[in-house]
Design a protein around this ligand. Structure first.
Ligand code: SF4
Length: 177
């Protein structure tokens, strides 16, 4: 029997390839948890696209809570950090801690994140955040680098085919600058 894996989803295009790769080995449930996304309209757009993909491909997607004020409080003092800096590392930890907690509450053995498909993200920092979160909640984190083996290019191809919305900024208000 395949083990259950909770997959943190940052957006629908980034979910495509990770889901297709992981479902060969795990029973995958997606978890959309991104209080970093601004503004509300943008958040709903990204969530809606992830839900559309889940319905199209027939897998479960859990909606995480959306509390951007808590995320702002967590990154206070790091507003002027450049993209890829300390604010981003904290943002990875924030989202993966919540995912690890959810995986533990639901009795999942594993969790992972779609964040490592992006050519703009520090994969080492993402995986370190995942492992720290795993240690806090007693679940296993699956280290990945989905952008390898042409993962990112394939995700762009699939998302264009499905006419998915592709955002132009990472997510937070600071990344819109
Ligand atoms: S730029 Fe992206 S990863 Fe960095 S803090 Fe903003 S939303 Fe999070």
């Amino acid at each position: 029997m395949r083990q259950k894996l909770l997959l943190h989803v940052c957006c629908a295009p980034d979910l495509t390839v990770p889901y297709l790769r992981l479902r060969r080995h795990y029973e995958v449930v997606a978890f959309f948890y991104n209080p970093n996304i601004h503004y509300d309209g943008e958040y709903m757009l990204r969530l809606g696209e992830a839900e559309r993909l889940a319905e199209l491909w027939g897998f479960e997607l859990i909606r995480g809570e959306y509390m951007p004020q808590d995320w702002f409080a967590a990154v206070r003092g790091l507003e002027d950090e450049p993209e890829g800096g300390r604010r981003c590392r904290l943002c990875f930890r924030y989202r993966l801690e919540r995912t690890a907690r959810m995986a533990s509450e639901l009795g999942f053995e594993w969790f992972a994140t779609t964040l490592t498909i992006s050519p703009h993200k520090d994969v080492k920092a993402v995986n370190e955040a995942g492992e720290r979160a795993a240690a806090s909640y007693g679940v296993k984190y699956l280290r990945t680098e989905f952008r390898k083996r042409d993962g990112f290019r394939e995700s762009v191809r699939i998302s264009r085919l499905l006419r998915m919305y592709r955002q132009r900024y990472c997510g937070c208000v600071f990344s819109m600058r």
